[in-house]
Design a protein around this ligand. Sequence first.
Ligand code: MIG
Length: 823
Amino acid sequence: MKSLPAIFLCLFAFGVVIHAQDVTSLGKIGPVVSFAKSEDGVTLNCQDKSQVRLTVLAADLIRVRASFTKPIPAKDHSWAIAKESWETPPWRLSETAESIMIFTAEVEVVVHRSPLLIDFRDARTHVVINADEQPMAYDAKGALAAMMFDPKAGMFIAAAKKLGFDEHFYGLGEKATQLDKRRGRFVNWNSDTPGYTEGKDPIYQTIPFYLGLQRGRAYGIFFDNSYRSYFDFGHASQQRAWFGAEGGELNYYFFCGPSIKKILNRYADLTGHMPMPPMWALGNQQSRWSYYPDTMVEEVVRQYRERDLPLDVIHLDIDYMQDYRVFTFDPKRFPNPKGLADKLGKQGVKIVAIVDPGVKYQLPSKNTRPINGARPELEPQDQRYYVFDEGREKNYFQHRKNGDLFIPKVWPGDSVFVDYTLPEARRWWGDLHRAYLDNGVAGIWNDMNEPSDFVDQTGKNQMDVVSYDEGENSTHAKNRNVFALLEARATYEGLERLRPNKRPYVITRAAYAGIQRYSTMWTGDTNSTWDALALNVPMFTTLGLSGEPFVGSDVGGFIGRGNGELLVRAYQISFLAPFCRNHKVIDGYDQEPWRFGKFYEDIIRKYLKLRYELLPFLYTTLEEAHRTGVPLFRPLMLNYQDDPNTYNLDDEFMIGDDLLVAPIVKPDVTARLVYLPKGVWYDYWTNKKYLGGTMIRLDAPLDTVPMFVRAGAIIPLGPQMNYLGERPFDRMTFAIYPDDSGSASTTLYEDDGISPAYQQGAFRRTALEVKRAAGGYVVSVRAPVGHYNPGTRKFSFVIKSAGPNPKVATIADDGRARTVEIK
Ligand code: MIG
């Protein structure tokens, strides 16, 4: 064990996981011997021939790229990055015998020459925000190789940072654990983990981005490396937080806060802003593995309508296909998919179809019947399968290193995967979606894209699978974690090309950083248990802090036995989640809102109706997420970064700045303590006022989820509806919650909800302000910004107070500035 004193081998249920528990044993980058300044940064040359480049991308964004014992390669490519060229902000360099320093308006980067240690300081206060605890490290001697998941992947590399005594950690995307990641350690390796429970790691996604928060000041680090990666926030040692990967470059971006919202904004600039999904994606959705035949789908929708339950989307899971052949419909179960879509469309319901990456491996049989070219998806594919034929002919499927086709086993049995790193293959895959759009399908659900393989779920069987990767011909050691990102990209870009007047709607299970440009997400195969429900809040908020605003979870849980109480409490969280979809495993109890009886159904109806009334508010906060990268479903610490009471609070959440929810995540509980941050809060149900900065105890019978509105807020509400488009957003009601000075304000965002025209200014932003005046209030409706015109409609203003007769005024809004008195 001489060369491995620092390494512990940890055996987990699904494979071998290494943890370089003590990164101090790794080789260190050599001291700086010289440096060269360029227009946008500095390149450091080290004694051991290593190179480090520090690039100033913005006053608050510095990139660090290190290459050990050799120069930094010319090739510089990442699938995650959306913005590659930055306008270099003003910056200057200075040096002393000990150090080289970069100054921007916001950050000071101090590079100590020997040993090479990098500190990031706040330019105003000169206080250190984040500092190397040891020089950047690499496994020069291959000491870790035997312990690595894939010893051939490359060389283990790592960076270690000093751990603050009160430092908190957030982010890393989809992790089945608490909000604050301090003392935790994590692996990123996209994995199909059905029925995961708290602590299971890794699960489906890889988002190697985290936030550090100390004494109210935040920074961010995005370690853009798609190899199997490791993060340790003071688990192995209280001296350091470190991150590393089994190959690739030590390549990270440092975001200087101190505000988390500002960091998320920059992160969205770097890795992409979420485009606006169609507004109906915020509608209620229903799924099951699987609804078939078509008459069953119709029956579910009929039940929804008959029971006066809102519904916008129904999902087709894998059984709509011909023996799991993607881009086909089963002629017996779905003989006329377009007809079905039209029928449902008349009831305001859209179809989302699942698409798996596994293409059935099917060589054409001898006496092959030709496939009618125009609509192959509706033709029998038993003798030849057009998707396999085309992909094979074009050589778009992945191969192993030895040249063999890579044949994983997925739902169709022997299958093949597309090499989505090939631009032509992405285009082909995208264009195949004509088969769905022509048949009335409105959105695409990408499952199994870790990619899952029944032969071996650890990924071991994929380590010699080669992808083109911009000519690098690299293996899945590098590409597994970006497979889903590229599949989603192919899908999104295909939908965009095929239907340029409509916004694409894609849902994915696996992901890598940057996924928000192409897809929304859900948290995979959860359990129908209270523990799994309790994970909803920290998982949704963490995903939001990791650049993924459009999140949700199978409402009621996917695997196992649910019940009415659990389902109701689940809706009391998900009715405010961007993605609100009830879904259930093939052999589980039926779980639609009415399945546990009228008592529960009535409560669920109340929350679904409330979701639809709140759509103007939800849509406005969703647009904020699109524009700024700040998610709608938020942990309290995002809004109250200075309040330590919120740092590990993960059973409450906020929607935007104004709505606070304290759900019940335990059985048989009908009261709870709620923490309200400083300020005045209104109980949403009673309008009773509370002074925050403390805990309050509240009753929460099954039909009531504790909910509060921030004093000073105005919540825009629409009319009740059971699907988008059932009626116009007329009247709009502005629920006004005056603060102690009698003021409140908001900005309402609107657009056509369906086309990409909002990107060209076809939106309307209306600012409203309320002030107390003699005997009442005055509302100022400002002249709207943007050229979307919803026409004249009624605006009602309601002053919320605990008294019996609220003050109300109603006007006809025609898009002009005006003031309205409320007496
Ligand atoms: O191996 O398509 O997470 O939502 O219902 C299971 C069947 C495959 C996993 C997804 C789940 C979906 C199921 N899929």
